[in-house]
Design a protein around this ligand. Structure first.
Ligand code: AMP
Length: 413
């Protein structure tokens, strides 16, 4: 299968060639013809599958091929709504890359920065708008954005919109879109509310599905280190002595944790930065750029900040803390091993996190290999501790393994 076979036009083929894309990924093979035919699409796919190009290529192509009288130059004809600033920036970069020979222009808008340059861009006129929901609504309310010429609407990462509390904004935006349009709806998972939303906005869609969440894990080499909580920092520094770890994305559960780990690594002379929601957009972007071009070797991130980070050839993902939601583990390790490349994911698991590891095993239907040989091995509980635990367990008739408590469940992502 090639992009020519998918009937992609020459100006886009040329750009794909520059990007080094030779073969369409499975989601691209399925989605591009459907979108070119003008059908609505329900795509079950997560970041890392090549889904951005799966919607960007046919939208660019359809807009490029339009008859001059339909062209409505520099009016917003395509809107891509995505949950995070990082994703918005990356999608904008993709439109730039794939559309550079089409003459179509695009703009990205997101919150947390001054609106001035965004409103200037909107005034100059835009063909394709990429936006996060909050800032888009804001600028719509200020009458900077008109969507009356809209032909294509892409809702990206719909399940994340729900997780992040943006779903009401999204629904509000949808009520303002022209009824006659082509809609492409992407979500990695389909919770009931998202399934309902998709049914309400899609018109007889074609469903395409790739890489169910659990199978992403199969192409990533994984290992787990059992380690006491207080030793995790030392273990991380120890592992990073290995120069084979060219670049590592380290995950913590909290923003504070991310800052703490970054500080410790810098103290140990490992060039590190942290990104999370408390950092300014500029600081996050700077950290990401420095990471991408190799100026810093380690980026510490929380799940939300890292969502959609697209670093080509990221060699390692390290779970400094295991997530309490097993799907999050799969999303994390999916940052490495992108678009078919293999990657390595290492996880630190302390006593309290064993229950999370069990949930991950259940979801991925894989046992992650345990690294036994390392200097910070978790000590086995003493005979007395085991006995005491056992007695407590039998007297309370509770299972030996600690159950996940509500407070653990509420740990922020
Ligand atoms: P996405 O799922 O859109 O975030 O894409 C994941 C990564 O795959 C990005 O780094 C893209 O540049 C890359 N990619 C997308 N399509 C292809 C392709 N056909 N061949 C090679 N790389 C691709």
């Amino acid at each position: 299968m090639s992009f020519i076979k998918l009937q992609v036009i020459a100006p886009i083929l040329k750009a794909l060639d520059t990007e080094g894309y030779t073969t369409p990924t499975p989601i691209q093979q399925q989605a591009i013809p459907v979108v070119l035919q003008g059908r609505d699409l329900l795509g079950c796919a997560q970041t890392g599958t090549g889904k951005t190009a799966a919607f960007a290529i046919p939208i660019l192509q359809k807009l490029y091929n339009q008859k001059t009288e339909d062209k409505a130059p520099k009016q917003i004809k395509a809107l891509i709504l995505t949950p995070t600033r990082e994703l918005a920036i990356q999608i904008n970069e993709s439109f730039e890359a794939y559309g550079k020979h089409t003459g179509l222009n695009h703009l990205v808008i997101f919150g947390g920065v001054s609106q001035q340059s965004q409103t200037n861009g909107l005034r100059r006129g835009v063909d394709i708008l990429i936006a996060t929901p909050g800032r888009l609504l804001d600028l719509m309310q200020q009458h900077y954005v008109s969507l009356q010429h809209l032909q294509f609407f892409v809702l990206d990462e719909a399940d994340r919109m729900l997780d992040m509390g943006f779903i009401h904004d999204v629904k509000k935006i949808i009520t303002r879109l022209p009824a006659k349009r082509q809609t492409l709806f992407f979500s990695a998972t389909m919770p009931t509310e998202i399934a309902k939303l998709s049914q309400s906005i899609l018109n007889n869609p074609v469903k395409v599905e790739v890489t169910p969440v659990s199978s992403t894990a199969e192409k990533v080499e994984q290992a787990v280190y059992f380690v006491e909580k207080d030793d995790k920092k030392n273990l991380l520094i120890h592992l990073l002595k290995d120069k084979n770890i060219a670049s590592a994305l380290v995950f913590t559960r909290t923003k504070h944790g991310a800052d703490k780990v970054a500080k410790e690594l810098n103290k140990a002379n490992v060039k590190t930065d942290a990104i999370h929601g408390n950092k300014s957009q500029n600081a996050r972007q700077r950290a990401l750029t420095n990471f991408k071009n190799g100026q810093i070797r380690v980026l510490v991130a929380t799940d939300i900040a890292a969502r959609g980070i697209d670093v080509e050839l990221l060699s390692h993902v390290i779970n400094f803390e295991l997530p309490n939601i097993p799907e999050t583990y799969v999303h994390r390790i999916g940052r490495t091993g992108r678009a078919g490349a293999s990657g390595i994911a290492l996880s630190f698991c302390d006593r309290e996190e064993k229950v999370f590891l069990r949930d991950i095993h259940k979801l991925t239907a894989q046992a992650i290999p345990v690294v036994d040989e390392h200097p910070y091995k978790m000590l086995q509980p003493s005979y007395e501790e085991t006995k005491a635990n056992h007695q407590k367990t039998s007297s309370n008739a509770r299972p030996f393994a600690p159950r996940r408590s509500m407070s653990q469940r509420r740990w922020s992502q």
